[in-house]
Design a protein around this ligand. Structure first.
Ligand code: ADP
Length: 920
């Protein structure tokens, strides 16, 4: 039976113990608890009942328990003593509490049972404080070591320099950091210490001296193997005019960590960007929603995302109508079909479809549904719904771009095909080349042909073309010169003409590539060559025609001379009845002659064989002559022929009288020809007088039938005539007159104009410019002769040598000359003429140009030399100015047209007679 010590105490005392403010307990000799006061129970967090006996050991740790037991045993053995220990009590609720326990023996008599009396104090708070203190002490220690180490790692060096950049003092934690022992350094200048690298430090120092502000330089460790960075900062400490007294500090700091930190910062930034991307990605995830459809109840629930995607309040829907509200009819059918299939055939589905959300937004979604089977049947469909609007939009954009690309590719392809053109590109950096399909086709090579090897495709060309292509490509690359070449390629056994071109592709300052085209121009080239051939042929034909005409005309002219000459002779002697026949003959022969002369003239002009023969020109005299020439014709038709000459026209000009005469002749002849009543007016007016030139306006105006507007251009073409449909009268013409006139006026660098009204008349006009003749020398004119019969047999004093090979001409000319009484000897060629000249003295030699053996030119030259007294008169069918000019230059006396006009022949003879003073 257990007894507690309360039995020894008065009940009052017992009560006091029980309510004491600290824990009191009583143990028996076995260590079992027999009493615990309220404070103790509170400390233990248990009731006294639970603690009594061995119950209390549960609240102390095993180790503490052992120490306690030992202590108690010792006290029992010694029968005295006291036990103090510090331990922990396990409070049932608030955990361990630190306690200080004092235990002592409480026995009064030996016979009495042993009791221990203990009291307990909660020292948890104190303990905590001590612990905190201890911890802060450790921290303090740690900190100080840390600071110590911090201080020891700082690598600052502080130099003191004067204004001459000489080191005066240095402070450094570790002298080995200096570049040389401290005592050697002092008194040296920056230059002496750093040598080559001195300027780097001198710069901030000089800046600090100059401006008084900090000069800073950052640099890497001088040993390239050391990855350390430093900053040197120069600060003026004490300015002074005397450099020796000037003081500045140069502080060198190791900034490696800072540089590294900056690197770190950069890396962090990159990381942040990566996280941002990650965030974007996760927001993509936000576009994926999960859902579940209950087949039994028809209810659909989804994750928050589902409602976000369809823009609806997050509540499950159970009626089908609202579940499908965001689907259009065809999509709704599709989805229903898939759901049915999933339920019936347990088939999962994965479909894409457009939806309109609750607020009417159009979106694209992908729906994946998987049937869930429970107890043998599909109870639910579970799946995900993804908002793929952006992907669809992107894909659509990509697709439309791709379509466009395909279209333009097709277009390019097509256009290259129809134009037989291919494109190429050469990347200059990689040497990679690209050809379009057509280039392969043009060169007739398969599409695996090695295009990047220039030698391979250059081999299609001749060595010369290869060089041309290479040089052009070189220039394109080096000087940015684009090129277009036409080269011939040997393709198979075929020759093709290709036009190859290239342009530089410039990026920034460099030509990075070349691009160009290859075009098959064989057909074009062929056509051009055919054209050239055709043109040559046509020219040859034209020349042949002209040559033929010219030869024919010459050939015709000779017999014609005979006819005309004979007719002229007949004119002199014929019967009354024969008169009309002779006149008709004359008229026909004249017409034929004019036609032939015109043809010859025109063909020469068309071959640009005609030049103006400029000489002194008496324009008023020329116009007067022309008027005289046509006067009788005009009178015969009953029309007036008027000439109006501006008084200001200089008497002597430089011009070609023959050509100008031809122009006016043609116009006046036409005017008279196409006019039946009224008058024809030749007018020349000064437009402008300059010091040494004059601009003249020529006009030939008639009151004739006129020319319809639509023909006014055409009449200047060759062989254009006879448009006078309503013209009853036949008018002889060649249709060449105006063509020749136009050519002649163009030869004068001018143009002819026509102004005409049908039924009223026509006016042909043009302007010419003439130089004034320097000396107004008189021009020897043949005397106008009116009546030939007056001179019959009157010129007997003239002895003439006729050199002519054509018998008919000889006969005709001799007859005509004899009619005038001239003594005539005839030579058939140059040699005969020379013989006759030796034997006789002649006044005149009438020389034909075209003769076999020695021709007219040669003979004239000889005559001029050997018989200068003989007057040479050239007998020529060639009315061209250049022939006349040439003879005029060598000094012949005169020229006669062939066939000759008897009046002209007489005029020439009279001139000779006059000179001789033989006026008959
Ligand atoms: P043709 O020898 O026929 O006169 P031309 O070349 O001189 O050849 O003239 C061409 C045509 O121009 C003539 O046939 C005529 O129809 C027309 N023509 C020329 N001059 C005149 C004019 N003064 N009045 C009316 N028609 C003219």
């Amino acid at each position: 039976m257990k007894m507690d010590f309360a039995g020894y105490l008065s009940p009052v005392m017992h009560e006091i113990l029980r309510e004491a403010p600290f824990g009191i307990f009583q143990l028996d000799r076995t260590g079992e608890l027999v009493f615990a006061n309220t404070a103790f129970c509170k400390l233990a967090g248990e009731s006294e009942k639970k603690l009594l006996g061995s119950g209390w050991t549960a609240i102390i740790g095993v180790d503490d328990g052992k120490v306690l037991q030992k202590g108690l045993d010792r006290i029992i053995r010694q029968r005295k003593g006291k036990l103090t220990l510090e331990g922990a009590l396990n409070h049932s609720k608030s955990g361990r509490r630190r306690c200080l326990v004092d235990i002592q023996l409480l026995t009064y008599r030996k016979s009495e049972p042993i009791f221990f009396m203990g009291y307990v104090r909660d020292i948890s708070k104190q303990h905590l404080l001590v612990q905190q203190l201890q911890r802060s002490e450790t921290r303090q220690r740690e900190l100080s070591t840390y600071l110590q180490s911090m201080i020891s790692v700082i690598e600052d060096i502080i130099f003191e320099l004067d204004g001459n950049q000489v080191f005066r003092n240095v402070w450094v934690r570790d002298e080995s950091l200096l570049f040389m022992p401290k005592n050697q350094l002092l008194g040296k200048s920056i230059q002496q210490v750093f040598g080559d690298r001195a300027p780097m430090f001198q710069k901030p120092v000089e800046e600090a001296i100059r401006t008084g502000k900090e000069g800073v330089v950052e640099y890497r460790h001088m040993d390239p193997a050391m990855d350390r960075w430093y900053r040197a900062k120069a600060v003026a400490v004490e300015a002074n005019d005397d450099p020796k007294a000037f003081r500045l500090a140069l502080i060198v700091q190791d900034i490696t960590e800072r540089v590294r930190y900056l690197d770190e910062l950069k890396r962090e930034k990159e990381k942040l960007e990566w996280y941002n991307k990650l965030y974007d990605f996760s927001s993509e995830l936000g576009k994926i929603a999960g859902w579940e459809y209950d087949v039994g109840t028809g209810e659909t629930r989804g994750t928050d995302q589902l409602y976000l995607i369809v823009d609806r309040a997050p509540e499950p829907v159970s009626d089908e109508e609202s579940a499908y509200a965001f689907l259009d009819m065809p999509e709704r059918d599709t989805l229903e079909k898939h759901i049915k299939q999933a339920v019936k055939a347990r088939k999962p589905y994965d479909i894409k479809m457009p939806i309109s959300t609750a607020i009417g937004k159009k979106k694209w979604v992908r729906v994946i549904g998987i049937p869930i089977v429970e107890e043998g049947r599909v109870t639910k469909i579970r799946g995900i719904l993804m908002d793929i609007t952006e992907q669809v939009a992107q894909r659509n954009a990509v697709e439309s771009i791709q379509q466009e690309l395909a279209r333009s590719n097709q277009l390019l392809d097509f256009s290259q095909q129809i134009s037989n053109t291919g494109g190429w590109e050469l990347d200059l950096a990689t040497g990679q080349a690209f050809w379009t399909k057509q280039v392969y086709a043009l060169y007739g090579v398969p599409e695996d042909f090695d295009v990047s090897n220039p030698e391979k495709y250059l081999s299609f060309f001749s060595a010369e073309d290869q060089r041309l292509i290479r040089d052009s490509m070189q220039d394109c690359r080096d000087h940015r010169l684009p090129y277009v070449l036409e080269v011939q390629a040997n393709i198979g056994n075929q020759k093709k003409w290709l036009r190859v071109s290239g342009v530089p592709v410039v990026e920034g300052e460099r030509v990075i590539a070349m691009r160009g085209a290859v075009m098959d121009i064989t057909p074009e080239k062929q056509a051009a060559m055919n054209l050239v051939q055709a043109k040559e042929l046509a020219e040859q034909a034209a020349k042949a025609k002209a040559d033929f005409l010219s030869v024919m005309s010459h050939e015709i002219r000779t017999p014609l001379n005979g006819i005309i000459g004979t007719a002229n002779l007949l004119r002199l002697r014929h019967t009354e009845q024969q008169h009309e026949i002779v006149e008709n003959l004359m008229f026909s022969a004249d017409h034929l002659l004019r036609l032939i002369n015109d043809i010859l003239d025109l063909s020469k002009m068309e071959r640009n064989k005609v030049e103006l023969a400029l000489t002194t020109l008496d324009l008023p005299g020329l116009v007067r002559n022309i008027r005289n020439q046509f006067l009788s014709l005009a009178e015969a038709k009953g029309i007036r022929l008027v000439s109006l000459m501006d008084q200001e026209i200089p008497a002597r000009l430089i011009g070609d009288p023959v050509r100008l005469g031809q122009i006016l002749n043609n116009l006046v002849s036409n005017a008279i020809k196409y006019t039946d009543t009224g008058k024809v007016t030749i007018a020349v007016q000064v437009v402008e007088q300059l010091e040494n030139r004059v601009y003249l306006h020529f006009s030939v105006k008639d009151t004739g039938m006129g020319i319809p507007k639509e023909l006014q251009e055409k009449i200047f073409d060759d062989f254009q005539q006879g448009y006078q449909q309503d013209d009853q009268q036949p008018r002889s013409g060649t249709g060449l007159g105006l063509a020749i006139t136009r050519h002649l006026i163009e030869l004068h660098q001018s143009k002819i104009f026509v102004d005409s009204t049908v039924g009223k008349g026509s006016e042909f006009s043009f302007e010419l410019v003439f130089d004034r003749a320097e000396k107004e020398e008189p021009i020897e004119l043949s005397l106008p002769v009116q009546n030939l019969s007056e001179y019959e047999s009157k010129l007997g004093s003239i002895r003439l040598l006729l050199v002519e090979d054509n018998k008919v001409n000889v006969m005709v000319t001799r007859e005509q000359l004899t009619y005038f009484g001239v003594q005539v000897d005839c030579a058939m060629n140059g040699h005969e003429a020379m013989e006759l000249l030796k034997a006789n003295t002649y006044d005149v030699a009438l020389v034909d140009l075209h003769m076999p053996g020695m021709d007219g030119y040669e003979l004239s030259t000889k005559l001029l030399k050997q018989y200068p007294a003989v007057k040479i008169v050239i007998f020529t069918a060639d009315i061209m100015g250049d022939v006349r000019f040439r003879f005029a230059q060598i000094g012949i006396y005169d020229m006669l047209n062939k066939p000759f006009v008897p009046e002209e022949l007489l005029g020439m003879l009279l001139k000779v007679a006059n000179k001789k003073g033989m006026r008959s």
